[in-house]
Design a protein around this ligand. Structure first.
Ligand SMILES: C[S@@+](CC[C@H](N)C(=O)[O-])C[C@H]1O[C@@H](n2cnc3c(N)ncnc32)[C@H](O)[C@@H]1O
Length: 333
């Protein structure tokens, strides 16, 4: 989070230092991968795009106009905050450029450790960079939109028939932990089922292939693009199963439905740091969201200490397998 905050401040430097004018009356700027800026009255100017639910909620609470995804057209200015995914950054810069009126400014910033220098090179190969500034391990640069748009090549990949894209969990291969979890799918998983942190839909897709006894299958995911991909990836397999897809922060937003089964490969990273409380919070939420005698089937990296919490929250907890650095648990309410 601190990483993004640094770059967020760096992005606004040219305006703070009056190297670029603050947007004029009636002007609209788009802001991709937005993180709420501080200081000026940016709320009245920015159309933010943010697909991460947690950052989206922060922007909304701070009074910004924000959507998880936007069509970008005819903007008077564009801001892009680079993240850690090179091809996603490049695609965002191209989308922002194409969404600008000619003669308007595109400002891009990012931390040095997310590859902002290569991103500047990528842009420089297309158009002259007007100016760059470095501060707080970050870099900001800007360019002026020319008459011609840039070609946007698709950034997606395909993994065993599933569509994925950079920025999603394990976009180039099936995660070994998820694959181990899926080995335990069969028709005992029945009734109303949820996948917590559904990603681009691998677990749900496999479950739909292994159990024909599902009535409901609900996907919960904080990343908008992943959830959209998941819906598409499983659409052919859903048949009569009632599918729900919820773009939420599982740790902070309510889940009202109660399930017979919850399957999950919970996240344990926030940025680059291991975040065990995040996984623990998924376990606690799963417990609350299960019916009496409901079951949680989950996988975790072998070194993660989830056993004590599972034993505390559930009446029974069994280690089903332990292989290749991962362990699979089944726990009953
Ligand atoms: C380890 S991945 C598992 C993805 C997928 N189930 C699979 O097995 O391939 C964990 C997923 O949880 C999502 N996630 C992380 N934090 C979340 C939160 N607070 N609320 C909802 N989803 C979250 C991530 O975006 C990611 O897709």
């Amino acid at each position: 989070m601190a990483q993004k905050r640094d770059a967020r401040h760096t992005l606004m430097l040219p305006f703070e230092q009056e190297l670029l004018p603050f947007p004029g009356d009636g002007e609209r700027y788009c802001y991709i991968n937005a993180m709420a800026p501080e200081g000026r009255d940016w709320q009245s100017v920015l159309d933010c795009e943010q697909g991460d639910r947690r950052s989206f909620l922060q922007l909304e609470a701070a009074g910004f106009s924000v959507e998880p995804s936007r069509e970008l057209e005819n903007y008077d200015g564009a801001l892009v905050l680079a993240g850690k995914h090179k091809r996603l950054n490049e695609a965002n810069v191209i989308r922002a450029w194409n969404g600008l009126k000619p003669g308007k400014i595109l400002v891009v910033a990012g931390d040095k450790n997310v590859g902002i220098a290569p991103l500047r090179k990528f842009v420089q190969a297309k158009v002259e960079v007007e100016e760059s500034l470095s501060k707080n391990h970050g870099l900001v640069f800007w360019v002026v939109k020319q008459a011609t748009d840039w070609e946007l090549s698709p950034v997606g990949a395909a993994v065993e028939g599933y569509k994925t894209a950079p920025g999603m969990f394990s976009p180039e291969k099936i995660d070994m932990g998820s694959s181990l979890l899926a080995e335990h799918f069969d028709e005992r998983i029945r009734g109303s089922v949820a996948d917590f942190g559904a990603g681009w839909g691998y677990l749900c897709g496999e479950l739909l292939s292994c159990s024909k006894k599902l009535s409901h299958l609900d996907l919960y995911e904080a990343d908008w693009a992943s959830l959209e991909a998941a819906k598409e990836n499983i659409s052919d397999k859903v048949g009569d199963v009632h599918m729900g897809a919820y773009w939420i922060d599982i740790t902070a937003e309510p889940i009202t439905r109660k399930y017979n089964w919850i399957i999950m490969n919970p996240p344990f990273h926030a940025g680059r740091k291991a975040d065990i409380p995040l996984g623990e919070s998924f376990i606690a939420k799963a417990r609350q969201s299960l019916q009496p005698k409901g079951k949680l089937l989950m996988v975790a990296n072998i070194q993660l200490p989830y056993e004590a919490l599972l034993k505390q929250k559930f009446s029974r907890c069994e280690l089903l397998s332990s292989k290749g650095g991962f362990k699979v648990f089944e726990a009953m309410v």
